[in-house]
Write a protein that binds this ligand. Sequence first.
Ligand SMILES: [Zn+2]
Length: 346
Amino acid sequence: MELLKKISEAPGISGFEYGIAEIVKKELKEYVDKIEEDKLGNLYAYKGNGQKTIMITAHMDEIGLMVKHIDDRGFIRFAKIGGVPDHVLLGQRVQVHGKYKRINGVIGCKAIHVMKEEERKQLVTYDKMFIDTGSTKEQLEKYGVKVGSPITIERNLIELENGLIVGRAMDDRAGCYILIEALKRAKPLHKMVAVFTVQEEVGLRGATVSAYAVKPDIGIAIDTTIAGDHPEIGESEAPAKLGQGPVIVAADGRRESLGGGLLANPMVMNWIIELAERLQIKYQLEVLEGGTTDAAAIQLSREGVPSSCISIPARYVHTFSEVISKSDIENAIKLLIGIMENPAPF
Ligand SMILES: [Zn+2]
């Protein structure tokens, strides 16, 4: 779990994943045949020489913020990168990544005391917030903070009771960790191409170009999904539960239509289910309305790629405090090793 902590706490919003890529490279270089990078920043790790090429992705990027404007006193207005909910931003501690120095900051807004009655009842939207680093405009310039500089929310990974952990960017550093561990332990029967993708949170961009490059026979994304086992989400809305094993996704996409998402290839999906049953690994099934993963992009690459997705249930996704179960991580690693070491349907 040391590595999961390290990779979760390392900063890497979409477009700025190089710090994560460095960690992945260092971890894997002794365990795989070859590691490559492409021009967008995707990291490819190759292992095995089988007839079939299986591409498995986990995205390195996380949601975050970006400097949009710096005023004369040094206060920073920001844009959101990926699906950041406004209501989780206020009061967060952040790090602003200047070219020469990483500095601390806090997200501020008007205090409740000076809000008018009407204002108090309304959600404060992100355009009413700003970042206070304590620095002057001139100092920010000296640190290399400028329009376009990335901003991450500061949060350490900590343990909760009963094998649960909470951390920032478990979506999808949990997936990166699972993929690294499976590659370290597996003796693949296939040509495995593990792709640590970039820019997933802003439209599956890394998966789109890497699937084209790899031209796989089968594509699988490892990501996180919505757990429905807490007081504010019903089980019928989101059936996945923490500790009940990795989730094999049947379909996902936009709410009410499942547009833009994944319809899992039935043969690939059933292959993964059979493997889980044969290897006696707990698993769950899911149709998720309201989101998708890299698998949606992989399936549409070139002439089409039979694809599927395996997800880790997470509570409070995209709040910077995502709760997952360590047992789901271990079971996902076992399932992934099973995929790497067993004959495939295509
Ligand atoms: Zn994700």
